[in-house]
Design a protein around this ligand. Sequence first.
Ligand code: PXG
Length: 456
Amino acid sequence: MSQQTSSQEIQSLDREHHIHPFSNTGALKQQGTRVIEKAEGVYLWDGDGNKIIDGMAGLWCVNLGYGRQELVDAAATQMQQLPYYNTFFKTTHAPAAKLAKAIAEVTPGDLNHIFFAGSGSEAVDTIIRLVRQYWCIEKKPYRNIIISRENAYHGSTLAGASLGGMGGMHKQGAPGVPGIEHIRQPYWYGEAGDMSEEEFGIACAQALEDKILEVGPDNVAAFIGEPIQGAGGVIVPPANYWQEIQKICRKYDILLAADEVICGFGRTGNWFGSDTLDIQPDIMSMAKGLSSGYLPISAVAIGDRIANALINHDDDFNHGFTYSGHPAAAAVALENIRIMKEENIVEYVANDIGPYFQKKLRDTLADHPLVGHIEGVGLVAGIALMKDKTNKTPFGDDVDVGMICRDHCFANNLIMRAVGSRMVLSPPLIISHAEVDEICEKAKLCFDKTLESVAE
Ligand code: PXG
């Protein structure tokens, strides 16, 4: 069978039987899917033999890049010795115990107690259940409201979708989980009007205090946020925002949860986005970069305040998953952290490739007629495409500029994601200078083509 035929075969099986996540099912069946066959470093190869540069590290997760034999070996070795055992019923195993310690060593502050799950969504669900259980233990069960933000992404389970601030998700599978409130997002370029970044940072944090007062301070369990919003389009908040948020949380004794599923494991030039943005969370979720996406695993890091409540409360926490602490996934995550340390990946992002990427993006793209604004830290960036950048006029609903641009990227073998009219990049952390140059040059070419398409 030729490669071409086998790829067509796969497309046909897929069309017949596979329902894809976050996709227009009918349209996808008509158009067909692109088959990805193999990958190495920052590159993917499709069934037609195209070599594609992956500006998204898969789905914000393949931080060490593709083809790391050490991660493959860690999984194989563990699967031969103990492919599965649970961590319920008073049992544990080496990969889970060692990984818990390894995570505790890299998380900030007193986040030294680790609960495992299988995905970012499950980690977020765990946070919801755990902070509510914390307040029950504290004999304040009425403290059960969790405040999140519009355009936040916290996963796709019922609880994750309810907690996130994506309108399109709220409409489907409703009603969502009760006891969740949303406030405005700190998107300065898009929503601040004439306010300075500082004024806007205060206004967005004030929205938290207003919401707390509206629902009653005694009814609020926690506030949750991504340090930098990822799936919302890479929104970097004003510099004072998180300090103001934390003051308000402390004032009303509200727990602070950081969702580090995208920001964690080096993406922003520190182990966690909370380090970069000077956030001291009581609890944090992580997934994706924890195992560089090689196997599914997530974790919740819990600080002393919540952990001690669990420890001193003489009853079960009735929560967990079959795959909590899965040995093979944990072994891969452990090896992933070891490699990150050995190869100084966090330092490379902080001092070398991160600054290089941010500067190269701006040098190559900031003057482009479509580019209104570029924001980002380390190896994550969002680019706002505007109809008229001088007058800050966005494209109307009739032109899906992000989708047009994404299609040009696809056709030119660059993976860059579109979030509305924002283009986002989040490449593997091991990317080289030359590969960053390639992404930026391809992006410029695709922006030129997008400009031509929207003019037509
Ligand atoms: N929290 C955050 C901050 C995330 O980014 C999740 C939770 C949920 O993780 P799981 O593993 O359950 O998917 C995420 C996931 C996109 C995209 O298109 C982003 C995510 C997932 C799928 C698509 O940008 N982020």
